[in-house]
Design a protein around this ligand. Structure first.
Ligand code: NAD
Length: 733
C-alpha cells in the first residue's frame, strides 16, 4: 500500500525523518486513512534494518489537530447499525477494536525497539499530542503548544493520554490538565515535563536527531520495572491525600453530569495501579463507552461540528459577493460600544469610535487600553501589540470621521429617538448604501430600520456582555433586511472570530428569551418558598454555569424591572407572573437592591469579601417549603425544560430556523447545560414525546409557561426530532 500522508527520508546516519503531511488538507488529523498510513510507516521503519531511529514531524504549520471527530461521530452511528446487523456482542467487539486503534498504534511506537523522537513544530492537540507521547523523546518549537482538549467535546484522551500524562507529572497536575483541556505553550509544557526540550523552529529536527545519535533509548520510563509514578502509589499516604480531594473537586465542578470527566478520574485511578499494557486496556474500555454516550454525541455535534460550520459562515447567502471589511464605525462608546471597538481592533480592523463628545469617546477607547494592559501584565500580549491595537482606534465626536467605513455598528442608548438620530447622522456622511447594524437588545429591528433610507441595509448585530469574552453574536434580520447586509454581518463576525447565529426579528430575539425564562423560574421558585441556596445549587446541578439569582445580580435587577414593565406595556398584564413582578418590585423599588452594580441584590457583596445570599430574602417569602419535601430532580427539570420549551417556541415561530443555531447559541450565549448539546438537543435527546409529557406535567403543576407549542406536540405524535425534521433542510439552505 502506498503511503500518502507521510513522507519518509532516511539520512546518512540511518535516521528516518517521517513528515506527517496530509495532501490537500490545511491540517493533519488522525483519520482512518492517516492512521492506516502511520501503521504502515511503523512497520516499514521497524523492519528496515538500516534505520536506527525515527524522527516524526509535520509538513504543516501545526503538528496535528487530533482525531477526525466526524470519523468518531460516524463510528458511534455505525455501531447502532452493527448491533442491528450482528448483535450486541459482536458490535461491541468491533467498536472496541476500532476505537482503540490509535492507542494500540502509539503503544506499538513505544515498544517497537527503535527510538522515536517527535519534533513538534506547531500545535499538537488531542490524538496528535498523544502520538508524540508515544514517542520516547519530544522536542517542541518555541512557538508550539500542546494540549488534550477532548473534554471540551465530551470525550477524553483515549489513546494513552490518561496513562502517560500522570506518569510524567504529579497526579493533581495531571488531572487538572486532563479535566481542563487547556492549550499549553511549549515552555510551560517543558516545565510540566510534557516535552524534553524546547528549541527554535529551525532546530527541532536536528535536536531530535541528535538525541537519537547520542544513544537515545527506545524504552519509555514506565516500561522500566523500577519506574515510580511522580505521585507514588495510589494506595499510599500521598494517594490518600490526593484522591478524596480530587473526587470532591470533580463533583463540585461537574455535578457528575459529564461521563468523560468521570472516566478520566477512573482511568487515572485504576491505570496508575497497573502496568502500561493493562492500563491502556482499561483506558480503551472506558473510551469506547464514553464515545457511545449520549453526552459525547451531543457535544461533538454542537460544540465541534455545528459550531465549526457556523464559524465558517454556514448561514451566509451563497450568491452574495465577497465583502471587504477594513474599517468599521462604532456609534456610542459606552459599555457595549467600547467592547465592540476592542474586539474589532483586536481583529486588525480600523475603528472609528463615535460618542457625543470627545471625552466620552476617549473613555470608550480607554477600555481597550485597560484590557490590553491586563493582557500585557499576564504575558499574553506585548507592549508593541498593545500600541498597534490602540493606534487602530480613532475616538471622535465628529460623524464626518466615519468616511471610508465599510460597516457601522450602533450601540447608543436604548432609546428609539436617539437611535433614529444616529442612523440619520451616519447616512448623511456615508450614504444609504453602507450596512448599518444596531446592537439593540429589545427594540425590533424592523421598526428601527424604518428610519433608514434603505431598510435592506439595516440589520441587528447583537453582542453579549462582556463583549471581549462572550463568543456568541446574534444577527437579527428585520423584515426588509437584504442579503448584502446579512453577508456583511456574517463576514464581520467571522473576522472578529466569534460565532454568528441568524435569527428573525422578535421580542428578546433568541438568547434573551430563553435566559429570561431561566431567571424567571428562579424568581418563581423563590416565591414558592424554595430556599434560595437550594435554587442556586440545584441550577448548577442541572448544568447551568451560575444560579439564576446570581446571574440576575450580574445582569442587574433594575434592568429586569424595566423589562417586566415593558413586557406588560407591550403584551398586556397577563404576560408577567404577578409573583415575579412583586419580587422584582420589592427588590428594586422598595429595597433599592440593583444587583452587583450597587453591591446589593439577591446577594450581598461586602467590600473585599465573598458574596453571600442576602439574609433578607427569607422575609420576602410568604411561605417556606420544607427542603426535605422538595424534589431536586423536578427543580432541575424545571430549569432546563423552561428554557428548552422557549427554544422550541422560537423554532415553531420561525425566529430560529436551524437547530444548530439554537443549540450552539444556547451554550455560547447563556451557558445552557453543555452536556446536553444545547436546548434543542436536550429535547431531541430525550425524544419529543417524553419532553412533551414532561412539559404537560410541569404545566399542570406550575403553569402555562411550560406548555409546549403545537408544532412540538405534532412532532411528538409523529415521532419526529428537530434535527430529523429541520436539520437537513437548514444545512442545505
Ligand atoms: P451605555 O449607556 O453604556 O452606552 C451608550 C453610549 O452611547 C454612551 O456613551 C452615550 O454617551 C452614547 N450616545 C448616546 N447618544 C449618542 C449619539 N447620538 N451619538 C453618539 N453616541 C451617543 O449603554 P450600553 O449598555 O453600552 O448599551 C448600548 C446598546 O447596546 C443599547 O442599545 C443596549 O440595549 C445594547 N445592549 C446592551 C447590553 C448590555 O449588557 N449592556 C447587551 C447587548 C446589547
Amino acid at each position: 500500500m502506498a503511503i500518502k500522508n507521510f513522507k519518509i527520508e532516511k539520512d546518512a546516519d540511518g535516521i528516518a525523518l517521517v513528515t506527517f503531511d496530509m495532501p490537500g488538507k490545511p491540517m493533519n488529523v488522525l483519520s482512518a486513512d492517516s492512521i492506516a498510513d502511520l501503521e504502515a510507516v511503523i512497520e516499514e521503519t521497524t523492519k528496515d534494518e538500516t534505520i536506527k531511529g525515527v524522527v516524526i514531524t509535520s509538513g504543516k504549520d501545526a503538528f496535528c489537530a487530533g482525531a477526525d471527530l466526524t470519523m468518531l461521530q460516524h463510528g458511534a452511528k455505525d455501531y447502532q447499525d452493527q448491533i442491528k446487523a450482528h448483535g450486541l456482542e459482536a458490535a461491541n467487539k468491533a467498536f472496541m477494536e476500532q476505537s482503540s486503534r490509535a492507542s494500540r498504534l502509539f503503544r506499538r511506537i513505544e515498544t517497537c525497539g527503535k527510538p522515536w523522537a517527535a519534533a513538534i513544530n506547531g500545535l499538537a492537540l488531542g490524538g496528535g499530542f498523544e502520538l508524540t507521547l508515544g514517542c520516547h523523546y519530544r522536542v517542541a518549537a518555541e512557538k508550539a503548544a500542546a494540549g488534550l482538549p477532548e473534554i471540551k467535546v465530551g470525550l477524553f484522551p483515549g489513546a494513552g493520554g490518561t496513562q502517560r500524562v500522570p506518569r510524567l507529572m504529579g497526579t493533581p497536575e495531571a488531572l487538572q490538565m486532563l479535566l481542563k483541556g487547556d492549550q499549553i505553550p511549549a515552555p510551560k509544557a517543558k516545565a510540566m515535563n510534557l516535552v524534553h526540550d524546547v528549541a527554535p523552529q529551525g532546530e527541532i529536527v536536528a535536536r531530535a536527531k541528535a538525541w537519537i545519535k547520542n544513544g537515545g533509548k527506545a524504552i519509555a520510563p514506565w516500561d522500566d520495572p523500577k519506574f515510580k509514578a511522580p505521585s507514588g502509589k495510589v494506595f499510599s499516604a500521598t494517594g490518600m491525600m490526593i484522591w478524596p480531594a480530587a473526587n470532591a473537586l470533580y463533583r463540585k465542578e461537574t455535578y457528575d453530569n459529564y461521563p468523560a470527566a468521570r472516566a478520566i478520574l477512573k482511568c487515572v485511578f485504576e491505570g496508575l495501579q497497573l502496568p502500561m499494557d493493562l492500563a491502556l486496556k482499561v483506558e480503551a474500555r472506558y473510551f469506547s463507552n464514553v464515545l457511545r454516550s449520549k453526552e459525547a454525541a451531543a457535544m461533538i455535534r454542537s460544540l465541534f461540528i455545528s459550531m465549526g460550520e457556523l464559524n465558517k459562515g454556514a448561514r451566509r447567502p451563497a450568491n452574495e459577493p465577497k465583502t471587504s471589511i477594513k474599517k468599521v464605525g462604532v456609534i456610542g462608546a459606552g459599555f457595549m460600544g467600547a467592547g465592540v471597538a476592542y474586539v474589532s481592533a483586536n481583529a486588525g480592523l480600523d475603528v472609528v469610535l463615535i460618542d457625543r463628545d470627545q471625552a466620552a469617546a476617549d473613555k470608550g477607547k480607554a477600555h481597550s487600553d485597560a484590557l490590553m494592559s491586563a493582557r500585557v501584565k499576564k504575558g499574553r500580549a506585548t507592549e508593541e501589540k498593545k500600541a498597534e491595537l490602540l493606534a487602530r482606534i480613532k475616538p471622535s465626536a465628529d460623524y464626518n470621521d466615519l468616511k471610508g467605513c465599510d460597516l457601522v455598528i450602533e450601540a447608543v442608548f436604548e432609546d428609539r429617538a436617539v437611535k433614529a438620530e444616529a442612523t440619520k447622522k451616519v447616512q448623511a456622511v456615508l450614504g444609504a448604501d453602507v450596512v448599518f447594524a444596531s446592537n439593540t437588545s429589545t427594540l425590533p429591528i424592523t421598526s428601527l430600520a424604518s428610519e433608514a433610507a434603505k431598510p435592506e441595509n439595516f440589520i441587528g448585530i447583537h453582542f453579549f456582555s462582556p463583549v471581549d469574552k462572550m463568543m456568541l453574536v446574534e444577527i437579527i434580520m428585520g423584515e426588509k433586511t437584504g442579503p448584502k447586509a446579512l453577508a456583511t454581518a456574517i463576514d464581520y463576525v467571522r473576522i472578529i472570530k466569534k460565532t454568528p447565529i441568524v435569527v428573525n426579528d422578535t421580542r428578546g430575539f433568541y438568547a434573551n428569551r430563553c435566559v429570561g425564562r431561566y431567571l424567571a423560574e428562579g424568581h418563581l421558585m423563590l416565591m414558592e418558598g424554595v430556599p434560595p441556596a437550594m435554587i442556586e445549587n440545584v441550577a448548577r446541578m442541572a448544568g447551568m454555569p451560575v444560579g439564576p439569582l446570581s446571574l440576575n445580580d450580574e445582569v442587574a435587577l433594575d434592568l429586569s424591572w424595566r423589562v417586566v414593565q415593558a413586557t406588560k406595556k407591550d403584551l398586556g398584564a397577563q404576560a408577567v407572573d404577578p409573583a415575579q413582578e412583586k419580587l422584582i418590585k420589592t427588590m428594586v423599588v422598595d429595597k433599592e437592591r440593583f444587583g452587583r452594580k450597587n453591591g446589593k441584590g439577591f446577594y450581598d457583596y461586602p467590600e473585599g469579601g465573598k458574596k453571600k445570599l442576602w439574609a433578607g430574602l427569607a422575609d420576602l417569602q410568604d411561605k417556606k417549603l420544607d427542603p426535605d419535601t422538595i424534589s431536586i430532580e423536578e427543580l432541575k427539570q424545571r430549569f432546563l425544560a423552561v428554557q428548552a420549551v422557549e427554544a422550541a417556541r422560537t423554532m415553531a415561530e420561525g425566529v430560529v430556523t436551524d437547530p444548530r443555531e439554537a443549540d450552539v447559541g444556547s451554550i455560547l450565549g447563556f451557558g445552557f447545560a453543555p452536556y446536553t448539546g444545547g436546548t434543542i438537543s436536550y429535547i431531541d435527546g430525550m425524544g419529543a414525546k417524553a419532553f412533551v409529557e414532561l412539559c404537560d406535567r410541569l404545566a399542570a403543576k406550575y403553569g402555562d409557561r411550560f406548555a409546549p407549542p403545537a408544532q412540538l406536540r405534532e412532532m411528538a405524535k409523529k415521532g419526529e426530532s428537530f434535527y430529523g425534521k429541520f436539520g437537513a433542510a437548514a444545512k442545505a439552505a
